[in-house]
Design a protein around this ligand. Structure first.
Ligand code: SAM
Ligand code: SF4
Ligand code: SF4
Length: 346
């Protein structure tokens, strides 16, 4: 089995199908940076569907079993269902999932995604208070449309519907309990994500992070919880079940409890670069190898040697520095430009 320098296998692949988005969430694509003049990729620069299919076949030979389609906003990519069908036909791929802001998730879209082969869907929603929602995504968009999108997902019969809430202290932490109240008992699994220092523009600082522990401490007195085990070894969310049987929530503590030790995830950027960490500063251009006519075996050897040399542990090292007090609260410190999350795929 292929493993990296920390003995981690390659199991999951996140594919960013577009670097574009119709939202401008301040923690991901702040409007001030991703404005009208931002040099988004031209459609010809994106990985084509046949190229994605070829690369996924190669990744499958190296151990990948799970694919997540993301972006940017993946539902903006034309004819996405065609890609999903192509990937579902690769026998080794056991699971195809998607992360979306749900703005385009009509009932018929939810059904067509499911029919094409999406088994599980993650929907991002950071607040239930319309003003807070609007303040975060920076685009006037009716919150009700997103809630309708979530209902369409729930009605469509996906194997799991998860709601991702990125918690920023002082911005949307007041909506934690309303979110719990709203989604418990619906079948959706609400997941709280610690605000991360991805990219270079989101003005991350440690004092905007509400830790997973603090989130649990706010919920537990009102809606008692008990901890439950992971579904699989590389699961990033810590699971908690409501004691009264009304479902479960997840906590993703990338800052206070990093999970680099189990990270079996590679990322493919919208233009076909391989990244081995969310916090990477550079990737390896696989599209170029395809266009040079390199065979699948040669590409497999290339990816295999990249993964074998993988040493990434950014979050763990960041947390060690934070604990040692070597890190200012404002940022993780000077380092070369990290790649943006919308480009690499969140
Ligand atoms: N546009 C889609 C969406 O929002 O669901 C998919 C792409 S988005 C980059 C994927 C996920 O990354 C979303 O759940 C988003 O909330 C999360 N994300 C983006 N920036 C983040 C940050 N700085 N910290 C934590 N999560 C972040
Ligand atoms: Fe767009 Fe998703 Fe990033 Fe928000 S988090 S700006 S919806 S890509
Ligand atoms: Fe994986 Fe990098 Fe995140 Fe660590 S910091 S869990 S290696 S993506």
């Amino acid at each position: 089995m292929l493993t990296d320098t920390h003995n981690r296998p390659l199991h999951d692949l996140r594919i960013s199908v577009t670097d574009r988005c119709n939202f401008r969430c301040g923690y991901c694509m702040p409007k001030s940076v991703f404005g009208r003049r931002y040099p988004f990729l031209k459609s010809g620069a994106l990985l084509r569907y046949d190229e994605i299919e070829t690369l996924v076949k190669v990744f499958a030979k190296l151990g990948v079993r799970k694919i997540r389609l993301t972006g940017g906003e993946p539902l903006l990519r034309k004819d996405l269902e065609r890609l999903i069908v192509m990937l579902s036909e690769i026998p080794a791929i056991e699971d195809i999932t998607i992360t979306t802001n749900a703005s385009l998730l009509t009932q018929s879209r939810a059904r067509s995604l499911r029919a094409a082969g999406i088994r599980r869907i993650n929907i991002s929603l950071d607040a239930l208070t319309p003003e807070i929602y609007q303040k975060i995504n920076q685009i006037p968009y009716p919150l009700q449309d997103i809630l309708d999108g979530i209902n369409h997902a729930l009605e469509t019969g996906f194997e799991a519907v998860k709601i991702n809430m990125v918690v920023q202290k002082g911005i949307n932490d007041g909506d934690i309990l309303p979110m719990v109240k709203n989604f418990r008992g619906t079948g959706a699994i609400l997941r709280f994500i610690e605000f991360m220092d991805v990219g270079n523009h989101n003005r991350w600082s440690m004092d905007k992070v509400l830790s997973g522990r603090e989130i649990i401490d706010r919920i537990n007195p009102i809606y008692p919880l008990r901890s439950v085990g992971a579904n699989y070894s590389s699961e990033v969310a810590k699971r908690w079940r409501f004691v009264d049987g009304e479902g479960e929530i997840g906590i993703i503590s990338s800052i206070t409890q990093p999970f680099c030790g189990d990270c079996a995830r590679a990322r493919l950027s919208a233009k076909g670069e391989l990244f081995t960490c969310l916090f990477a500063t550079s990737g390896y251009n696989l599209k170029q190898l395809l266009s040079q006519g390199m065979s699948e075996i040669e590409i497999r050897e290339k990816i295999s040697s990249i993964w074998a040399g993988r040493d990434d542990q950014y979050s763990m090292l960041r947390t060690q520095k934070l604990r040692a007090g070597n890190l200012k609260t404002r940022s993780v410190g000077k380092q070369s430009q990290k790649v943006e999350m919308s480009y690499i795929g969140g």
